[in-house]
Design a protein. Structure first.
Length: 163
């Protein structure tokens, strides 16, 4: 079976850009992997509004899986140090401790799945790490998995300039 696993962050996007990226990618389900989905900064991506908008605007299902979010301690340490390799190691250890991907069930049937977090790009975001772990797990089960990071054209150009 072939499937596409997308990642998307809401920060730096208008609601129109966010929902357009999801619909253009053919996303059928959004898995919200934020710990706190009701923060002030979330705007249109705040719970329960996001589930309402996804279903009403694009017939996209919504699920929340906070076990795929970093702990507050991991986030706090990263904010203080800005040490991405340290963050990545701590987050991957947390996922192993939580039994992900084996013990945390992620529904991939029914079409394209998008992992949601807040960061505008995937480079330094846990959603990229979760996508990589999940894609590897699914490939081991015989799936053909394509990982696609959804970003606005402006964000994609900015990323290319940094290389």
């Amino acid at each position: 079976m072939e499937l596409t696993l997308c990642t998307i962050g809401f920060a730096g996007k208008t609601a129109e850009q966010f929902f357009s990226l999801l619909t253009q990618a053919g996303v059928r389900r959004v898995l919200d992997i934020r710990e706190n989905r009701s923060g002030q900064l979330s705007g249109f991506a705040k719970h329960p509004d996001l589930a309402f908008f996804l279903q009403g605007l694009a017939a996209i299902e919504y699920e929340h899986e906070p076990r795929l979010a970093p702990t507050p301690e991991i986030r706090k340490a990263y904010r203080a140090s800005k040490d991405w390799p340290q963050y990545e190691a701590a987050f991957l250890a947390l996922m192993r401790d939580r039994g992900f991907p084996g013990a945390v069930e992620v529904h991939v049937e029914g079409g394209t799945l998008a992992l949601l977090c807040s960061e505008p790009g995937p480079e330094k975001c846990h959603r990229r790490l979760v996508a990589d772990l999940l894609a590897g797990h699914l490939r081991d089960k015989g799936y053909v998995v394509h990982v696609r990071h959804l970003a606005t054209e402006k964000a994609a150009r900015k990323k290319k300039r940094k290389k």
